[in-house]
Design a protein around this ligand. Structure first.
Ligand code: NAD
Length: 263
């Protein structure tokens, strides 16, 4: 229960959903948490929940200057960075987008948060972590990276890029002898504001009832039931812990068997 005493963990997307649960879990296990997000109200809620174990930092992951100052401030305040969890994510805001009808602006927004945000986080965390010759980076991908996503083309492509980027970061850091491991976690379906927005769009644009939209996903999960944010957090903390010290470059599904389906 105290795997991260004396450690500092920076979690993006910490204001909501999975990122919030990851931040709470690290704090519960003794870490000092830098909770980063664009949503300052959500960050205030996180601070109320875990108090002085968290330092809330407004950060737009797609901005390199934001990353430079957040990492610099992390070093000044805490002296070190042991764990980075790139959890902030976005889906296209302008409705379901198939490859034929996608809007370039929406495509770019998704790639800038989900891919550039992760790349920038890794880039700037490596510099600080490598000074201690240790560190763990966990990037949050999605099962959407591994199956076709005809109504979420930009999102699926962005998450496939996250899995590939994770392997490149892992190989680079290993070759350089930095002692930094990099892995991705591949969640299935977790009921959070993001998935609720997606279901609402399915209901509206494909004329499904709320129950039908949920059942479409539920029917693809062999173990039955959606995943909880705590399931994803448990996998993240494992990959960040000493128990995973020989694990780097993997994509770990936490999906109730979603990816067992041959499609
Ligand atoms: P969520 O909407 O509850 O949380 C996402 C958070 O990211 C929000 O707090 C939002 O403010 C923040 N964010 C968005 N853009 C940002 C930016 N530019 N800079 C900083 N913060 C930003 O969603 P969630 O379901 O908790 O998603 C967390 C991660 O898990 C995402 O990467 C998502 O793609 C991934 N994921 C979710 C599911 C699921 O079923 N919920 C499945 C697979 C993968």
């Amino acid at each position: 229960m105290n795997r991260f005493i004396g450690r500092t963990a920076l979690v993006t997307g910490a204001a909501s959903g999975i990122g919030r649960e990851v931040a709470i879990s690290f704090a519960r296990e003794g870490a000092t948490v830098v909770g980063a997000d664009t949503d300052s109200d959500g960050l205030c809620g996180l601070c109320e929940q875990i108090g002085n174990r968290v330092w809330a930092r407004v950060l737009d992951v797609s901005s390199e200057s934001d990353w430079i100052s957040a990492i610099r401030e992390t070093e000044t305040r805490h002296g070190r960075l042991d764990v980075l969890v790139n959890c902030a994510g976005a889906e296209a805001a302008d409705g379901l987008q198939d490859p034929e009808h996608l809007l370039l602006e929406g495509w770019r927004r998704v790639q800038s948060v989900n891919v550039e945000g992760v790349a920038l986080g890794c880039k700037h965390a490596i510099g600080l972590m490598s000074r201690n010759r240790s560190g763990a980076i966990i990037n949050i991908a999605s099962v959407a990276a591994c199956v076709s996503t005809p109504t979420l083309a930009a999102y699926g492509a962005s998450k496939a890029a996250v899995i590939h980027l994770t392997r490149s970061v892992a190989a680079h850091c290993a070759r350089a002898g930095y002692g930094i491991r990099c892995n991705s976690v591949v969640p299935g379906v977790v009921v959070t504001p993001m998935i609720e927005r997606y279901w609402s769009r399915l209901e509206r644009e494909q004329h499904l009832s709320a129950a039908e939209a949920r059942q479409r996903f539920l029917s693809r999960i062999p173990l039955g039931g959606f995943q909880e944010a705590t399931d994803i957090a448990a996998a993240v903390l494992f990959l960040a812990s000493a128990d995973a010290r020989q694990i780097t470059g993997v994509a770990l599904p936490v999906d109730g068997g979603f990816l067992l389906h041959d499609r």
